[in-house]
Design a protein around this ligand. Sequence first.
Ligand SMILES: [Fe+2]
Length: 423
Amino acid sequence: MPRVPLVPVFGRSPKMKSIKAKPKFSGGDLRARWSQQYAAVRAETERRAAPLSAEDQVVQSMADASPTKWHRAHTTWFFEQFLLSSHDPHYERFDERFAYLFNSYYVAVGPRHARPQRGLITRPGVEEVAAYRAHVDAAMAALIESADDMALERSLSVLEIGLHHEQQHQELILTDILHAFAQNPTHPAYDKEWQMPRSQPNASGFFDIAKGIHLIGHDDDGFFFDNEGPQHQALLQPARIARNLVTNAEWFEFIAAGGYRTPALWLSDGWATAETEGWEAPGYWQNVDGEWFTMTLGGLRPVDPEAAVCHVSYYEADAFARWRGHRLPTEAEWEVAARAGALSDAYGVVWQWTQSPHAPYPGYRPVAGALGEYNGKFMVNQIVLRGSSLATPEGHARVSYRNFFPPSARWQFSGLRLADDEN
Ligand SMILES: [Fe+2]
């Protein structure tokens, strides 16, 4: 098979270097590699859903969380909507009604079911959603295998976005079911054997960031979402950033010092949220006879003092930093330090709140069409988190990755590291 260059939609070198660099695909042709990659990502979604019953997969415990069944169908709709329907003239939709049920927020492609009511959709059931996935998987396999070179060229960049999109929903499957299970007084475990990743501090203290111009943003030829570019210069003042994540032991001190009862430590919106929600500890923490427990993917567990604090909002992270006489890092500071290899547990434990708003980089232009809605329209009232978490699929995150959530959100696996100005 001839090698077919990609047409970048979000970002990717036409030379496909990052795919070539993956050893498990060495020697195969381009179509085989994409078939394998597609199958692997789709299988990971099913692996994450497998421990969940049909009842588990229907529940929606709050407006921001979606049912597992919806995640499985929505990621499938993404391929159907943005690839098969527009790139394959022979494709027949599995069910015309699914475009309404499983469109998330793409206004340009039509009306959609209200997000807070996803949990009311008992039909299609999990078996029909599985059949939907199989229908789309077969069509995708046929498209990758048999499309002519021109059609394949047009398809691959959307295919790649679809796979990264599905990986984002794989993380959400876990964050959302944890929120659902946390509402259940019997504290169900998603996986009884689950363990919080242990922090691996390799040095204490702070890393110094030199004053000057630093390059920020995506800078190699791998895939990236549009909000990670363009690469640009950022002028940083001298600063320092903690090498390690804030731990639960430190959070115990914050609670004991009255951190949740001291309005002077909090942003106005944060204090109002903490009061309204009755926050007195991180999300999922429960005080049982004087001992702190937390709801985890393994069920209710004692809070481990040595583990990184998790399920804190931006508001709490900001208040904690102020209590410690520090601040949160900017996302540029985080990226400079991460590129220097100075951050322990940068990836794979908790997403780390920065103080940076999710705003466009200089020169940012969302792509044309509906996929331009992916990130660009969420560049207000959201705060950037950097790194990745214990729930992030293997190979999904990178140093320029910009996750974002509203400042009150704490159902994600979110923590923090401190920073300070260098005086
Ligand atoms: Fe989505």
